[in-house]
Design a binder for this molecule. Sequence first.
Ligand code: PLP
Length: 504
Amino acid sequence: MTRRPTPSPFRAFTLDSAGTEPLHRQLYDELRAAILGGRIASGSRLPASRELAAVAGVSRNTVLSAYEQLLAEGYIHGRPGSGTYVADALPESMLPEPAVPIATDGSGTEARRLSKRGERVHDAFMLRHRIPAVAKAFRPGLPALDHFPMDLFRRLADRRLRRANLRLLGYCDPQGYLPLREAVTAHLLASRGVRCNPANVVIVNGSQQGITLCARLLTDPGDEVWFEEPGYFGARASFRAVGATIVPVPVDREGLVVSAGEAAAPRARLAYCTPSHQNPLGVTLSLPRRMALLQWAQAAGAWIIEDDNASEYRFRGRPLASLQGIDTNGRVIYVGTFSKVLFSSLRLGYVVVPDDLVATFVHAHDLNERGSSAFGQAVVADFMLEGHFARHLRRMRTMYAERLAVIERALAEFAGDVLEFHRIEGGLNQPVDLPPGVDDLALAGRLLAEGIVTLPLSDYCDRKPARGGLVLGFAGVEEPEIRAGIQHIAAVVREIALAGNGHR
Ligand SMILES: Cc1ncc(COP(=O)(O)O)c(C=O)c1O
């Protein structure tokens, strides 16, 4: 019996050079559909760009563009010269539920076109891969949700509902529930030296929304924005979505290198930074750098967004008050959140804005959301005003300091030969450096498939970092899981480093 050759999925492409979609986009769509449909198997090697170009009858650049897009979205991994492979864990497979397609009326793509603004939002992705939203080793950015005093919170919520305060059931002041703004003001004044009164505080649905408001209200398309490199991908996406031009500014042991920002974009419109503990490196912006940043902003007429996310957790180093607190020119907009002290799905945060911007921020929040949930705000206000917030924070600080010590010991004990780390000063994430040549995107994908959640340093970078790294959240993870997880990561990295080809 003669064997028939297996039909190659790569020969079946139907690309239309006269079509409205560019060829690289058509090729990307075909490859993505073939990967998701299983016609190109997970883990299999894709043809070299030259080879596929010949088979599909397109230029090599067309193939390279399609591959780059797939790479950026996490469908494939690899590097030029050593092969390109289909990812083991595909982005769609990480969604909590299978996506059900919604039928369209079949009209042409032109009729269903997004606005330019919509296209920018579509393209401004946060992460290449979805990661589970649970606090398992080592999901960055989550507190220990299992230690939240749920019974107490439920009692406060019940009490609010029983009182049947009718005002809580109508629309809330779009600036926020006054007792909560007062409680936030007192907290920020005492613990962060923020200069404000309740009239400067706007309650929003988490700091992500605060940053998006800043991006929309303070930048125009094409405006330059200094952005920490590496830096928080969610904020970068907010600025991308409004069409700002990201200017990556390096971060060293003293935080944002202000002189590098001045050299790259002296007339930038805005600088985004995380001074209390840089996300993801965990270093504190030094006092001289703070002064230099404020001086630059004043001279350039620029805004500074101080994202103070998780600043409540500081473990070592000299505590510095907020940047906003030493700004005498009203150039700093301060953004904070309850996500890391209470719980993330609460969706409550706050923005502290200078007097002349308050009305605009409140109006924008009103237009977007009609303000934040009055009920949620009232319960959180009670939680703060009755002393539970301060108590919970104290308990969590102690526990996270212990967990930080555990992860540091585990890294030294089990991973000293493959993972380098520096001691962070604050925050809930421990970054580690990988041996040169180890591809962090591929490594994080493999670890995820093996049940360990991490974020690759590349996800925090605008440009490919010189050396890969992983960001490990430790706050929500118990000691045995931390120790086992670090041993697992070390073993995988050792295996990859020994294989010597940087991936798989
Ligand atoms: C630096 C930073 N900013 C903002 C956010 C968004 O937080 P949220 O919108 O939950 O307040 C995060 C989340 O992890 C973060 O790490």
